[in-house]
Design a protein around this ligand. Structure first.
Ligand code: SPD
Length: 350
């Protein structure tokens, strides 16, 4: 399956999302086909082929670059998608805005395969709306050939050495950029303290001359081609970039990193809820979860999948954060924090 189109990085805060144009139902006349909407470069083609072979259900795949983009699409109206992938810190936001169908995952045949620690998740304690897809960390990658280091701090990303002037890539998402900056400054995710936010804005403003672009898509290509030499990045994408270009290094900083888990969910108005549920159950099979991990480079939540993992990936540093690494999960920003982040984002992006 190939992505029919990829949405470009939005660079819009949530406050601006209400102004998104009304979406047309993309697949209304296409019942019986499963329409998946997932992050870019995050769905194993072999997985979709296997699903079709086993169930006879054809699959289409479209992609997006951030939770903010997905939220804007779903808020704009029925999209024709049967399945989406939402990060932990946005699940409550989607749920509160009445954008998700209850899936009652706990009643699915393969639910017992989920590792116990992921069966009850803070953002969806009874698996009413979601099932884990993959989890990883957010930090940054730099090219050791350009800057030998050593690097052990998020400070290298936010206050870069001169050699990185105009060479840095940052994500195109306010929640991902600002929460990592808050972590560097020693503050919690979704912080609304005015002086903390003032310091965060100052940090990001001072970083701007070093930033080539804010875009969450295409980072592996930009790092391996040398178009950027340092970039905010997710761990699995970092592993794939490093395999292609061994001088790249993903940093487990002393300040810690952001942890996240992405989750399968069914959007309201999905044309084929039953097929979507079949795919969700399919993904809780150990072999299928491993196909996805082997493609994208992230941990899954399914017991028994480890024996199917490619040994080099399973042993890679990006896949195995150090045991003393501080991994901070965002609780999900409330309306006040979202508004504050939007204001900062607007100022940085102008
Ligand atoms: N290649 C796409 C990987 C998507 C990872 N999602 C990360 C969400 C972090 N909030």
């Amino acid at each position: 399956m190939k992505a029919k189109h990829a949405l470009t990085a939005f660079g819009l805060g949530l406050a601006a999302l209400g102004a998104a144009p009304l979406a047309q139902p993309a697949h209304a006349a296409d019942a019986g086909v499963l329409h998946i909407f997932n992050w870019t470069d995050y769905t194993a083609p072999d997985l979709l082929k296997k699903f079709t072979k086993e169930t006879g259900i054809k699959v289409t795949l479209d992609t997006y670059d951030s939770n903010e983009t997905l939220l804007a699409k779903l808020k704009a109206g029925t999209t024709g998608y049967d399945l989406v992938v939402v990060s932990d810190d946005f699940v409550k936001i989607f749920e509160q805005q009445n954008l998700l169908v209850k899936v009652d995952a706990a009643s699915m045949p393969n639910f017992h395969n989920l590792e116990p620690r992921w069966q009850k998740r803070d953002w969806d304690p009874t698996a009413e709306y979601t099932v884990p897809w993959q989890w990883g960390t957010t930090s940054f990658t730099y090219d050791t050939k350009v800057y030998p280091g050593p690097v052990d701090s998020l400070g290298t990303l936010f206050k870069p050495p001169a050699v990185f002037k105009g060479q840095v890539g940052m994500f195109g998402s306010p929640s991902e950029v600002i929460n990592l900056a808050l972590l560097y400054l020693g503050h919690p995710p979704c912080d609304t303290d005015p002086s903390d936010l003032k310091a965060t804005l100052a940090l990001l403003e001072a970083q701007k001359p070093f930033v080539k672009l804010y875009n969450s898509d295409g980072i592996i290509d930009r790092l391996t081609s040398g178009e950027v030499t340092m970039s905010e990045q997710w761990s699995g994408d970092a592993m794939r970039a490093r395999v292609a270009k061994p001088t790249l290094k993903y940093v487990f900083a002393k300040e810690g990193g952001i942890g996240w888990m992405d989750n399968l969910a069914i959007p309201k108005g999905a044309p084929d809820v039953e097929n979507a549920k079949k795919f969700i159950n399919f993904m809780m099979d150990p072999e299928n979860a491993a196909i996805e991990s082997n493609f994208a480079g992230y941990q899954n939540a399914v017991s028994g999948s480890n024996k199917y993992l490619q040994p080099a990936m399973a042993a890679s540093p990006e896949f195995n954060p150090p045991s003393d690494y501080k991994i901070v999960f965002s609780p999900g920003c409330d309306a006040k924090a979202t508004k504050d982040f939007d204001r900062i984002w607007t100022l940085i992006r102008k």
